[in-house]
Design a protein. Sequence first.
Lengths: 452, 305
Amino acid sequence: MKKVLALTLTLAMLFVMCIGGSAFALDENEKVTLHLYGTANFVDVGPDGVTDLVSGVEMPGYNELISYWNELHPNVEVVVETCPWDSWLTSIQTAVLSGGVDIILHGATLTELCEPLDDYLAADPEYADTIFATENKRFGELDKTMVAGIQYVIEPSIAYIDTDILEHYGVEVPDASWTWDDLIAIAEKCTGTDPVTGKQTYGVQLCYTHTQNIFQNYYQLAMAYGAAPITYGKTAAESTIDVTGEKMLDIFTKIQKLAECCAPNVREGVNVNMDLNAENDTAIRWRTLAYDQYRKAVAAGIDDHFAFIPLPVIEEGDAAGAQSTYFGSYNMAICNTSEHKDWAWEFIKFVTTNEKAVEWTLATGGIPNCGYGMELLKEKMGDKANGPIQVLETLPDGFCNTTNVWYDNVNFGTFSTYLVTVLKDLVYGNITPEEAIANWQANIDDYMASIK
Amino acid sequence: MKRPKITKRIVRNQLVAYSFIIVSLITLLVLVYVPMLTTIRYSTYKVGLVGYGEKFVGWANYKMLFSQKAFWKSITNTIILAVMGLLTIPVGFILAVLINSLGRGRTQEFFRVGFYLPNIITGVSVYLIFQVVLMGSGGLLNNFLGKIVGHPVTIGWLSNPKYAKVGATILWVWMNAGYSMLINLASLQAIPTDLYEAAALDGATAFQKMLHITIPNMKACFSLLFVTGMINGLARFTDIYIISGSNTSGGAGGSLQTILMYIFQYSFETPNYGISSAGAMILFVLVFAFTMINVRLTGFLKDEV
């Protein structure tokens, strides 16, 4: 009897210990050091902050953010080590291998190194409701996604329209319900000699024609027309990619038409200035960093000359009715070798939702990933905040920016880099849309054959 | 009884001698041979992120590379660019002859330094400037050509696949002709002047002197520049990468994608170190083979001996 009683008590004790151990509780007396490694805006602003050379705005350094954290959690020391954007992926891999990294700054792309955050979010539904987006990636089994990180800066691309140029050409400023065909029609009308100033104007500036981010132009259009070349299987080898459909040809033809309304240097991708500026000669341009652009426009005294509106609506596919966009971000991921995962999660929650931290994020020029961030944005930008906010509010649930049916720069080798090559050739005028698609498909086929 | 003393002394002396080179030996071993052997090993493994699992796949990475048209194209591009880059040798030679004809003095020093300057300017800034110089619309070179032909010229020296390699070669020659000029000049000035005096007495023309005295005496110099030029040309990366808009697929229809850019894709963009290591091994074999052929054809090492 004694033995049975002892066994029962032992089991009860173990049960209580297990419950206690599994409960999510942080010991505020525990001395912990959290190591952050990576890039994001931490490398841009540095520990003590910088002054933006164009807008003259002072941006606070990350030491300010850490001091807010230490007001709440003095027992947790935060050590930040940044690496430059050049070869940042390799630097992060090396740092993680060396050990001791708890949070990877902008590391969600390196899914293999990230702790899946799905369970953390499921255990904290209130927090999950507070934020707009999560970094959902496809990794391992490609037909599923996992939350690899949480964005603390979210940057939807929106259109910046020079209302003066449109007025000179007698074109009405569009609203958020416009389509890509409307956009092309405006761009064609506004390319030529300005009837009022007599200066050459261009209808549109395709974004990032001077970098690999030129793919964002394709991305937005593919999203708008539901052109989904990727059908995911369990693995990359079991997946199929077909870019030869009619929809894709239509998208590439639209890009070609838009390219014809661009300035020659933009088409060639050399000496391109994407910032809003007083010497602007382009009717419509688009890019991420809406708040940063707003600050630059204010500094130049030209904010009244520009309308900030969402890119055209998505016309086909599951997300029809939402705004097409490219969704840039800065994220934080928990390193899967971290010994302080709970504190790391707490830090991520702090950065994304604590009021002072959110204010810090906005002060660095980024749009914070939470409702309070949107309120602040409205306060700062007024009506001009409506564009980015509308995009964020209509964003499809579980939206994944870089591994989805339109675009994947993680799982299919040269799929994304060769897209850049054909887009650059198409925009410059070296090839036709048909040739661009044929070249891209040939490259994809080559790669897919090699992994099967 | 004497032998142990001698041995101790020898050992001590040898330890002293080895202590001078031990740092170099360890550095060489750790930083060159270990990575090299690791690369050979990785080329037969499937390696995603280093340290996160490896799987032996034998020759699969090599088979994958050889089955890719893009890889073959990158090999062709690399060889063509390396051969075109050899233009630095005649350009350097012509510059050296012109500078040498100025006679030793301040003027010669001025031009010698002037033409060598591009070699010491930070590469990245030069590449960015050359993007503007070689621009299709409003580029400096096109503006210059436009003035000559009397109508606007809009050749996309870096944007059009037909001309991209020429544009990349213009940049390469501008960057490296100074080095070639310096080596040529040193070699020219080492040719004994009595040979020219004797030829002049025999009534040789300037062209005959060049053909029968200068060029034969420059053979060792040309061999050196040829071998080093090919090695450097086959390993071109940074300049091409930047003028391609930092796109590893190579600008203008992939016409500028070199093997190193191809390898870079699988190292830093879609990490598969197995494939990039296999690519690195192929590049090594290619450079080695070309170097051996060049050495054999030019008799480079024989001349050195």
